[in-house]
Design a protein around this ligand. Sequence first.
Ligand SMILES: CC(C)(COP(=O)(O)OP(=O)(O)OC[C@H]1O[C@@H](n2cnc3c(N)ncnc32)[C@H](O)[C@@H]1OP(=O)(O)O)[C@@H](O)C(=O)NCCC(=O)NCCS
Length: 198
Amino acid sequence: MTPYHIKTSNSFIVLEGLQVKKKHLLLKDSEILSCWRNMHCKYFFNWTPVTKESTLEWLLQQYLPSSNDIMFMIKDRQGGVFGCMAIYNVSGTSCEVGRFMRGGSGSPSGVMTISLKSMLSWAYTHLNVNNIYLEVFEENIQAINLYKRCGFKVTGRVELNVTVVNGFKIFKPSNCKSNLKGASSAIALQMTHQLKYL
Ligand SMILES: CC(C)(COP(=O)(O)OP(=O)(O)OC[C@H]1O[C@@H](n2cnc3c(N)ncnc32)[C@H](O)[C@@H]1OP(=O)(O)O)[C@@H](O)C(=O)NCCC(=O)NCCS
C-alpha cells in the first residue's frame, strides 16, 4: 500500500489521497467536490457557495502546500467516485476528521462506514495518532450515527454563533463574534483508541 491509497477490506473501495494527483486530474475533482459541497452546504459550518474554480484554487493554493491535510476521494473498482472524507489539523498525536460527503445516489448503503473505518485504521497506523476528533451540527443525526458506528464517543456540546457574510451563514464557537442571535449547536466527538475493525 502506497501512502494516501487505502484499499478497504472488501477490496473494491479505494480511498485515494488528492496529494498524489496531478494538476489536470485535480480539475476534475474540483468540479465534483464543488457540486457535492453546494448540495450539502447546510451540513457544514460555512454555507458560502463554492465554484469549481474556487475549489481548484483552494486545492492548489492552500490544500496541496499543506503538510497536515489529506483529502480522500472514495472510489469503486471501476474508478467511479462516490464520496470523500479528510484528515486535517494533524498535530503531534492528534488530528481532526471531516469533509464527509456521500456524492450522488446509487452507491451502496454502508460505504461511508467502510471508508471511515478504513481511513481511521490508516491514520492510526501511518500518522501515529491516538486522538481523533470532529464536530458536527447536533441535528445531523445521519452523520452522528456514522461516527458512533465507527467508534466515536460524544465528548461535549459546542454552542455556535452565526455570522452572515454576503448573505451566507458562517457558524463559529460562541466565544467568537456574531451578528445574529439564536444560532445552533454542535456535538464534539472523539476517538482515543484504535478499534479493531478490519
Ligand atoms: C454523513 C454522510 C456521509 C453519512 O453517509 P451514510 O450514507 O449515512 O453512511 P453509510 O454509507 O455508512 O450508510 C449508512 C446506512 O447504511 C447502513 N449500514 C452501515 N454499515 C452497513 C453495512 N456494513 N452494510 C449495510 N448497511 C450498512 C447504516 O445502518 C445506515 O442505514 P440508515 O441510513 O438506514 O440509517 C451522508 O449522510 C452525507 O453525505 N451527508 C451530507 C454531508 C454531511 O452531513 N457531512 C458531515 C458533516 S459533519
